[in-house]
Design a protein around this ligand. Structure first.
Ligand code: NCD
Length: 318
């Protein structure tokens, strides 16, 4: 979807990482890296987006993504409005686009959208005025581009040579927007050995994730992996009757220290959170020395600052 780019090649919207040019991805990761600070240090602040306004429009729950988009915008000097969707007019039947046009009339420059329905960020992007940017903060099972970028940044901080990496993405791949965005960005960065590991019922349709080896056991999928990315079962996207039994799932697919020993000794463990300890991951692993899960959160704000800066500071004056 190259409608995301302006004529000069800069980013206007961020809806998907699919087909995003590698130099643009690397520019965003480099900028994000320059904004990462150790915990306890003062985070970088600027006035780069002074006078701009960012609206968060979330119709699905979110902690990390919403808070980090808000802090990212504020630390760049922008104003932020958070739409409480249960209070907004959407419950009165006002369409998403009418809400968007209202925000546009209030001089909103960027809309950050999370929605359970596929296609919403793209539809909004197709209808907004030319100066408005749309950023997906999670689109159904389809994509979560800033998560993909923060995952790539986290991997790069530990293992910069993407071409040589073996990466296992484990869990509910079928319903995961995190897995789809990881696939797009890691492919663009040259990862050749990208494996998806899931029980058959949580595997994506054939044809999805082209070129990825599919493993239905954790034991085969983790072998000699450099990076293990664990995912939550997307219960909100699965009918009650089809939900796997939690104890049985943990017995076969839960990441324990014992199973992690099958990966390379220096493998890193990732999880986008929220985590279900004792279902997809053991606490000893989540909190253990190989876990970079908290780094992912720290990197998330840097990535969102880089993206907001790219779409808003890059736009023509006005
Ligand atoms: C993820 C999401 O919403 O897709 N959370 C996040 O943004 N870090 C993962 C999940 O909900 O499982």
């Amino acid at each position: 979807m190259n409608e995301q780019l302006r004529a000069d090649g800069s980013l206007r919207h961020l809806i998907t990482l699919e087909n995003l040019p590698r130099p643009l991805i690397e520019r965003l990761l480099d900028r994000a890296q320059s904004l990462v600070r150790p915990l306890g240090a003062r985070p970088p602040v600027s006035r780069a987006l002074a006078g701009r306004t960012v609206a968060n429009l979330f119709t699905e729950p979110s902690t990390r993504t919403r808070v980090s988009f808000e802090l990212a915008a504020k630390r760049l000097g922008a104003e932020v409005v958070n739409l409480e969707v249960q209070l907004s007019s959407r419950v009165k039947g006002e369409s998403m686009l009418d809400t968007v046009f209202t925000l546009q009339s209030l001089h909103i420059d960027a809309l950050v959208i999370r929605d359970a329905e596929p296609g919403v960020p793209g539809t909004v992007a197709a209808h907004v005025a030319p100066h408005v940017s749309v950023l997906s903060a999670g689109e159904a099972h389809v994509g979560h581009p800033t998560q993909g970028l923060l995952d790539a940044l986290t991997i790069r901080q530990h293992k910069p040579n993407f071409e040589k990496l073996s990466i296992a993405v484990v869990g509910d791949i079928r319903h995961s927007r995190v897995a789809r965005s990881a696939f797009h960005v890691l492919r663009a960065l040259g990862v050749a050995d990208l494996r998806i590991v899931a029980p058959p019922a949580l595997m994506p349709e054939p044809g999805e994730f082209p070129g990825c080896a599919r493993h239905t056991t954790l034991e085969s999928g983790l072998k000699d992996a450099d990076v293990v990315m664990m995912l939550r079962i997307q219960t909100e996207r699965i009918a009650q009757a089809d939900l796997p039994d939690a104890a049985r799932y943990y017995a076969s697919y839960g990441l324990t220290s014992e199973r992690l020993a099958l990966a390379r000794p220096d493998a890193i463990v990732m999880h986008p959170q929220p985590m279900n300890r004792g279902i997809e991951i053991a606490s000893e692993v989540a909190d253990g020395p190989r876990s970079v899960i908290r780094d992912q959160v720290r990197n998330g704000i840097a990535v969102r600052m880089a993206v907001l800066n790219e779409v808003l500071a890059g736009r023509s004056a006005g």
